[in-house]
Design a protein around this ligand. Structure first.
Ligand SMILES: CC(C)(COP(=O)(O)OP(=O)(O)OC[C@H]1O[C@@H](n2cnc3c(N)ncnc32)[C@H](O)[C@@H]1OP(=O)(O)O)[C@@H](O)C(=O)NCCC(=O)NCCS
Length: 208
């Protein structure tokens, strides 16, 4: 069964107090490419896909086009993250339908010069709400390497429950070692009382 049979239309743009998350467009390639390349070393310890960086601009275009294709088909929802005030490209985030029926995993990364301002928490909180309130998820998940202190702080601040550690769950292309992942979960009934429920949120669908 394809995911598009399960998930309703995702928001194409998500506005928080300081960020806009939106589905990638052709015009984003030129802005996103240098930011991803410049931040590859900072992201590489935590994100397996970064092992292939730096890639060429043409490959970036194909990568973002494929991401966009999966978004439109309802298979996987990856957003570019932009500062709301200036439109500056500062990172990426996603809702991934790979953790079972009616459950979504949130992923995120930011350019290093945007770290330490609460933006990661802001975007993950917004995606938590989108998953529950818009897409009808019953469970949201965030998986983090045990040494990734900055990222561990995010689900903790949002009121997720630390449920356990999956041993060797994360594999990096071309490397024999595997990383453990701490699993954080939130159930639908826990959203309202959680810090994730607070904060500004405006959604735009595909239709105008
Ligand atoms: C994870 C990431 C998105 C965090 O973004 P951010 O905007 O800096 O996150 P926030 O500011 O919302 O929260 C970070 C928290 O970590 C805390 N923190 C920062 N450095 C820390 C450290 N060395 N040890 C422990 N906690 C630390 C901060 O104090 C903050 O918590 P606080 O608000 O309670 O003070 C960013 O660091 C990143 O892109 N990392 C690389 C990619 C990555 O790891 N992605 C996640 C994979 S699971």
């Amino acid at each position: 069964m394809s995911v598009s049979e399960v998930w309703p239309e995702p928001p194409y743009a998500i506005h928080t107090a300081r960020l806009t998350l939106r589905c990638y467009e052709r015009a984003d390639v030129a802005a996103a490419h240098p930011v991803i390349v410049a931040n590859a070393a900072a992201l590489a310890p935590w994100l397996p896909w970064v092992a292939r960086e730096p890639i060429a601009l043409e490959e970036r275009a194909a990568q973002l086009r494929a991401i966009r294709g999966r978004f439109d088909l309802g298979e996987d929802f990856v957003y570019g993250a932009f500062l709301r005030a200036s439109g500056q490209y500062v990172g990426g985030a996603g809702l991934h339908a790979r953790v079972g029926p009616r459950a979504l995993e949130i992923g995120y990364w930011l350019a290093q010069d945007a770290w330490g301002q609460g933006l990661g928490t802001e975007l993950a909180g917004a995606l938590t709400r989108v998953g529950f309130e818009r897409l009808g998820a019953l469970r949201m998940e965030i998986r983090v390497a045990p040494a990734n202190e900055r990222s561990l702080a995010i689900p903790r601040k949002l009121g997720y429950t630390e449920e356990g550690t999956l041993r060797g769950a994360l594999a990096y292309e071309g490397r024999p070692d595997r990383q453990d992942l701490v699993v954080f979960g939130m159930m639908l009934g826990e959203l309202a009382a959680s810090p994730a429920a607070r904060g500004e949120l405006e959604l735009e669908g595909f239709a105008p």
